[in-house]
Design a protein around this ligand. Structure first.
Ligand SMILES: [Zn+2]
Ligand SMILES: [Zn+2]
Length: 134
């Protein structure tokens, strides 16, 4: 029993009993001081140091971020433009829909303004002029 009676306390709060150790410096930390890390818990000091090293690592691998496909941005831009056009003038979307149909591949779902089911667009009411939308 003697070996288990040893009380460990937080290195920042000597009066607080705790049983969790920082995974980096192995000092005991109380629930108030422990910060969740990827593995186990860390003390505030190590979290600060960790943040610094993470920032350095990010700089090293920064090249990866710039390799986002341009196509994605184009698709997003087109989608936004079409959405705005739909709000402003339904007729424009009708024209866009025909252009989009010509560009469609097997994965046509990317083109938000093209309904995969022919004739289904009628139920949206924007090209029949029924005005069921707004
Ligand atoms: Zn630590
Ligand atoms: Zn503490």
């Amino acid at each position: 029993m003697d070996s288990e009676s040893t009380v460990t306390t937080c290195y920042r709060h000597p009066k607080v009993e705790c049983h969790v150790r920082c995974v980096r410096c192995e000092r005991y930390i109380c629930p108030d001081c422990m910060r969740e890390a990827a593995v186990g818990h860390q003390c505030p000091d190590c979290v600060k140091e960790g943040a610094r090293s993470v920032r350095q690592a990010r700089t090293l691998v920064g090249g990866r971020v710039s390799r986002v496909p341009v196509v994605t941005y184009v698709l997003i831009a087109v989608s936004v433009l079409v959405y705005l056009a739909e709000v402003a003038k339904p007729e424009i979307v009708d024209r866009f829909a025909m252009v989009g149909a010509g560009l469609l591949g097997p994965d046509g779902d990317h083109y938000l303004w093209v309904d995969p089911y022919p004739g289904a667009s009628a139920r949206r009411g924007w090209w029949t002029g029924s005005g069921t939308g707004c």
